[in-house]
Design a protein around this ligand. Structure first.
Ligand SMILES: C[S@@+](CC[C@H](N)C(=O)[O-])C[C@H]1O[C@@H](n2cnc3c(N)ncnc32)[C@H](O)[C@@H]1O
Length: 219
């Protein structure tokens, strides 16, 4: 509850970056962490935009000693919540795990690449096209060759943007960003999953690591 209030407060402080008024449900967290739940090998996991940590808690269930877990969160207030979470509730799960919390934009983070799993909570549909492109490039740089990216968007958002694209003669940035994402998904999406038990309902997308030359072209 305390975290839900912090989240709402941060939404009013910075709507575009926060992208939602409440944290994700445990059902959405479960769907996002699903690919790593089947991994028995040592793994490196990147969480992008963990916020107050609802997905972090689920990821922690699948961490084993010897794994590496890196969180990248742009909002300093959320970084403080994450640090406390890792020191308290999640401490037993983090034993023997190499943990890093970077209070930074993903596009600017400096950390060792080669992640097997990246889980993103970033509200990509909220961002201008240049930012979406930079974020996708950063993910491509950080994922290992067999890595998987899992991220979500709110259900109905993509068709809505598609319809707006047909109705508007101009080309406002949310629509251009959506086109960049459409192209990215056409090339790399492996599977998608609807999660109705979330406010609002969401769709989770699992994506294969793109090769460098396949990062969305300009335009
Ligand atoms: C929609 S919230 C998701 C929070 C949490 N993962 C959840 O599911 O409840 C998006 C989060 O991404 C963070 N964020 C937005 N842009 C970011 C960026 N470029 N790099 C890192 N974090 C970012 C925001 O501060 C916010 O915590």
């Amino acid at each position: 509850m305390k975290h839900a209030i912090s989240f709402l407060a941060e939404f009013f402080r910075n709507r575009r970056l926060t992208g939602s008024i409440i944290p994700s449900s445990r059902f959405l967290a479960q769907a996002l962490a699903e690919p790593m739940s089947r991994c028995r090998a040592r793994k490196q996991v990147l969480e992008i935009g963990p916020g107050t940590g609802p997905v972090t808690v689920k990821i922690a269930e699948f961490l084993r000693p010897g794994d590496r877990f890196v969180m990248v969160e742009a909002n300093p207030a959320f970084c403080e919540i994450l640090r406390t979470l890792c020191r308290t509730t999640l401490a037993p799960r983090m034993e023997g795990v190499e943990v890093e919390i970077h209070c930074s934009l993903l596009e600017e983070v400096e950390t060792r690449a080669g992640f097997d799993f990246a889980v993103s909570g970033l509200p990509l549909n909220n961002f201008p096209v240049a930012v979406v492109r930079r974020i996708l490039q950063a993910i491509e740089r950080l994922l290992g060759p067999d890595g998987t990216l899992s991220y979500f968007e709110y259900l109905g958002m993509r068709p809505l943007l598609g319809r707006l694209r047909m109705l508007t003669r101009g080309n406002p940035w949310p629509i251009r960003s959506s086109k960049v994402l459409d192209r990215f998904l056409d090339r790399h999406q492996v599977v998608e999953q609807r999660v109705l038990l979330n406010l609002p309902p969401a769709i989770v997308r699992h994506i294969r690591a793109p090769h460098a030359e396949e990062v969305p072209p300009r335009g």
